[in-house]
Design a protein around this ligand. Structure first.
Ligand code: TNX
Length: 477
């Protein structure tokens, strides 16, 4: 029985083992060289062996792209582990990348303690959903580039393909905008509890995007509007934003401020900010927020969302917004992100808009595991143990919504109470492993009892990756 997470679409044990040694090589056609080099590097680290890239095919792990295997889609792969060779094939590079993650998980957690070997097997593996995401709120607390890269590595190991960065909020503005320099200089200086602020220069943001892309992860940047904008309002008084507070904000209330819907400068601001953001972001999506606009009158909110979509759509990117945006008219290709108000998410679906599923009762990873979790929040009035994050179906969670509109799943980590990568680890893991399987594995291929067993086997892997995970009593570690 394998211990892969996420569980593959299909897996068959075969007889024998492929033993790795100092003689084992990797083989790949020339046109795959740069990718093969990177995959080789991650396998070398996992196997503790030199694994040189060579032409020969026996005693080797061979990578190949095939043109005529339509079952594989953009992200699927086939893996055949036999005593003499390992064959990994995919239709697209992303599939090879995921196959390599599987190989890493088939190797022992610490290859230095045993001669590394992989039990022979045959896999066909294709993800259920195209959207397998995590979100990090870098606005309530700032996380430097190195911390984001570390999260990207953790996500890649579990076959995630989307990292949504919540870049702005009341407590901080985290991206340099050259046409509005005070946003980052002033708005970036604060954080929740008066903790240190910070922001990404455009070069640093581009570096995150590049690092993620090498791991087949798309960065989805969010600039939250019209509320959650205190940092911008405080940094740029010319915006004439409306707020209960003046100056930078370090508390944790929500919905107390709004951009000024009736000032033209607001729309120049949006054009400038999203223009620069689009130019920095090769991925197809920009997130405009839209949540908890409690200080924006309803009619104003609807007008704002309509106009903001028009402006952002000009960049050529596809728009994502939290479910509240469905109070107004969504553009046909706007994607709604469901988190709390099912009626609004249903409204979006009823008008044919696609949905990302982030139900706060299942995958808000800032919610406590139980009453004694030292970090996190409990406003949902329901704790989220590992089983809660695992035992649900994104396609069935909103009754009456056509499953074809469900793009996939995304697990947010809001960081009002979370300030360091170690604290983030503790809230993400092991629940992020559960979310990985919710997003990748077909519903009929998932079962909690089997997942518990496999997750227990990941304890040493999480430790080897230096992840500070929660030792849930639900898991037989
Ligand atoms: C709700 S989710 C929020 C965030 C908070 C989070 C805390 C959403 C779109 N808004 O502003 O950080 O709850 O759990």
């Amino acid at each position: 029985m394998h211990t892969l997470i996420p569980a593959p679409l299909s897996f068959r044990s075969e007889s024998g083992q492929f033993r790795l040694s100092a003689e084992t090589s990797l083989c790949a056609p020339d046109d795959l060289r740069p990718l093969a080099e990177r995959l080789a590097a991650s396998l070398r680290a996992a196997a503790g062996l030199p694994l040189p890239l060579r032409e020969k095919t026996t005693g080797a792990i061979c990578l190949a792209l095939t043109e005529d295997d339509s079952a594989l889609g953009d992200e699927g792969y086939r893996l055949e582990v036999r005593p003499e060779t390992v064959k990994l094939t995919a239709a697209r590079p992303a599939g090879l990348f995921y196959g390599i993650q599987t190989l890493r998980q088939l190797l022992p957690p610490d290859p230095r303690s045993v001669p590394p070997a992989i039990d022979a097997c045959t896999l066909l593996d294709v993800p259920r959903f195209p959207w397998r995401g995590a979100m990090l709120d870098v606005a309530r607390h700032f996380f430097p580039v190195e911390a984001v890269k570390r999260l990207i590595d953790q996500m890649a190991f579990y076959k995630f393909n989307i990292l949504h960065l919540h870049l702005t909020d009341d407590q901080g503005w985290r991206l340099e905008i050259k046409s509005w320099p005070k946003l980052a200089e002033v708005g970036g200086s604060s954080a929740t509890r008066g903790d240190p602020g910070g922001y990404y220069t455009q070069e640093e943001y581009a570096e995150i995007v590049r690092y993620a892309a090498e791991r087949f992860i798309t960065i989805v940047p969010e600039i939250d509007m019209p509320s959650h904008t205190q940092a911008a309002i405080a940094a740029c008084p010319e915006l004439k934003g409306i707020s209960k507070y003046s100056g930078l904000y370090t508390g944790t209330e929500v919905g107390f401020c709004t951009l000024n819907i009736h000032e033209e400068i607001t729309y120049r601001f949006i054009e400038d900010v999203f223009g620069e953001l689009a130019a920095l972001t090769p991925g197809p999506y920009l997130h405009i927020g839209g949540d908890e606009a409690h200080s924006t009158p309803e009619a104003d909110y609807q007008n704002f969302i309509a106009r903001a979509q028009q402006i952002v759509r000009q960049t050529g990117k596809q728009i994502i917004a939290w479910e509240e945006a469905a109070k107004g008219q969504l553009l046909p290709d706007t994607i709604a992100q469901y988190w709390w108000q099912a009626d609004l998410a249903r409204r979006a679906a009823a008008s044919g808009n696609r949905l990302i599923m982030s139900p706060a009762t299942q995958v808000y990873l800032d919610i406590k595991y139980n009453a004694s979790t030292p970090l996190g929040q409990d406003w949902t009035q329901k704790y989220i143990e590992v089983q809660d994050a695992y035992d649900w179906d994104p396609a069935a969670a909103l009754e009456g919504v056509d499953a074809a509109l469900i793009l996939g799943v995304e697990a947010p980590l809001w960081t009002e109470t979370i300030a360091t990568p170690q604290e983030a680890d503790f809230m993400y893991f092991p629940r992020l492993c559960a979310v990985a399987e919710v997003g990748w594995t077909p519903q009929e291929g998932r079962a909690w009892e089997d997942f518990r067993r496999r997750l227990a086997a990941h304890g040493p892997r999480l430790e080897a990756l230096g992840i500070n995970y929660y030792r849930s009593p639900q898991i037989p570690w």
